[in-house]
Design a protein around this ligand. Structure first.
Ligand SMILES: Cc1cc2nc3c(=O)[nH]c(=O)nc-3n(C[C@H](O)[C@H](O)[C@H](O)COP(=O)(O)O)c2cc1C
Length: 303
C-alpha cells in the first residue's frame, strides 16, 4: 500500500493532455461492448502495436481481458456526446451512436478521426487495470482534428487555433473610462470611440490595455467587461471594459463627453454607436448589463 491520496494521484495523472478513444469488442455471445478510454498509446510501428488499459471495475472488463480482437476509435472534435455515452450511459450504447462493423465484426465509431482493428497480442495484469496490447490488423484515418482531454475536461485544438488566429487577426480591447466630468473618448477620422488597442499575439488583454492607456497618459481602474462582440465587417473581435480614471496627464488628446451627450455623438462603427447608447441609458441607473454577440445581434446579461 502506498499512502498517496488517491484523488491527488488521479488529478496528477489527469494533468497529462490526451485524446479520447472508444474501445470496442464483442462478448463470446456476440454482444457489442465498449468504453471511453484515454489510456490509449501507440507502442510500435514494426510490428504495429498499440495499448489501452481497461479497468477492472468496467462491466465489460472480462470481455476485454479475454477478447481475441478489439478496436480503437479515436474520437473527433465535436464527439463529446459519443465519449459521454461510452463513459456513462447504462443502456444500449451502440443504439445511440452511429457505427460501422470492422473485419472482425467489431463495431467502430463512425466519424472518428482514426479507427484501429486489432488482434490481442497480450493482456498484461496491471494493478486495478490491465494493459491490453493489440496488433493493428487494419486501420483508417481521415486527417481531421481529434477531441482533446485534460484536467477532467474536453478541449478542441481546432477551436483553440481558431481563437489564436482571431487574436492574430485583430482582437481589439478598449475601455469606457469615466471621470467626474464625463466619458473619455478618442477622436478618429471616422468618429469617436473609446480608447482601444489592437492585441499583438497572445498577451494578457487587461495588462496590454493598461499599458496602452498609460501611453496615452491615463491610469484607470479596469472594473468589468461591458461588451464582447465580433465585428464581422472588420473581421475583428472587440472587448470593452468599464473603467474609472484614477489619474491623467493634462493633455491626453481625448475628448471628455458628458453622459447625456453620448447618444448624439458620431462614432466609428454602428456597434460602438449601439454600445455607447446602451451605456448612456444604463449609467443613469448605474445598472450595467453585459453584451455578448456580434455587431448585428446579441444578448445583454445582468451582470
Ligand atoms: C475521458 C475518459 C477517459 C477514460 N479512460 C478510461 C480508461 O482508460 N480505462 C478505463 O477503464 N476507463 C476509462 N474511463 C471510464 C470508463 O469509460 C467508464 O468507467 C466506463 O464507460 C464504464 O462502463 P460500464 O458502465 O460498462 O462499467 C474513461 C472515462 C472518460 C470520460
Amino acid at each position: 500500500m502506498t499512502d498517496f491520496n488517491p484523488r491527488d494521484l488521479r488529478n496528477a495523472f489527469g494533468s497529462f493532455l490526451t485524446g479520447v478513444t472508444v474501445i470496442t469488442a464483442r462478448t463470446p455471445e456476440g454482444q457489442p461492448v465498449g468504453f471511453t478510454a484515454n489510456s490509449f498509446a501507440s507502442v510500435s510501428l514494426d510490428p504495429p502495436l498499440l495499448l489501452v488499459c481497461p479497468g477492472k471495475s468496467l462491466s465489460s472488463f472480462e470481455t476485454f481481458r479475454a477478447a481475441s480482437h478489439f478496436a480503437v476509435s479515436v474520437l473527433a472534435e465535436g464527439q463529446e456526446d459519443v465519449s459521454n455515452t461510452f463513459a456513462g450511459f447504462k443502456g444500449d450504447r451502440f443504439a445511440r451512436v452511429a457505427h460501422d462493423i470492422d473485419l472482425h465484426d467489431v463495431p467502430v465509431i463512425r466519424g472518428a478521426v482514426a479507427r484501429f482493428s486489432c488482434a490481442t497480442q497480450q493482456a498484461i495484469p496491471a494493478g486495478d487495470h490491465c494493459i491490453l496490447l493489440g496488433r493493428v490488423v487494419a486501420f483508417d484515418h481521415d486527417g481531421s482534428a481529434g477531441l482533446g482531454y485534460g484536467g477532467g475536461r474536453y478541449f478542441s485544438l481546432g477551436l483553440e487555433r481558431a481563437t489564436g488566429e482571431s487574436a492574430e487577426r485583430g482582437a481589439v480591447v478598449g475601455a469606457i473610462i469615466e471621470t467626474e466630468a464625463g466619458i473619455l473618448l478618442e477622436q478618429t477620422a471616422d468618429g469617436l470611440r473609446p480608447p482601444q488597442i489592437t492585441m499583438q499575439g497572445r498577451t494578457n488583454q487587461l495588462e496590454a490595455l493598461a499599458a496602452g492607456l498609460a501611453q496615452r497618459g491615463i491610469s484607470a481602474d479596469l472594473n468589468r467587461v461591458y461588451s464582447a462582440f465580433d465585428d464581422h465587417r472588420l473581421g475583428t473581435h472587440h472587448t470593452y471594459v468599464l473603467a474609472t480614471a484614477t489619474a491623467r496627464t493634462a493633455d491626453t488628446g481625448l475628448r471628455c463627453v458628458a453622459p447625456d451627450d453620448l447618444p448624439v455623438q458620431r462614432y466609428t462603427t454602428p456597434a460602438i454607436t449601439t454600445m455607447m447608447a446602451r451605456f448612456a441609458l444604463e449609467t443613469r441607473g448605474r445598472a450595467f448589463t453585459l453584451y455578448l454577440g456580434d455587431e448585428v445581434a446579441g444578448e445583454t446579461h445582468n451582470a
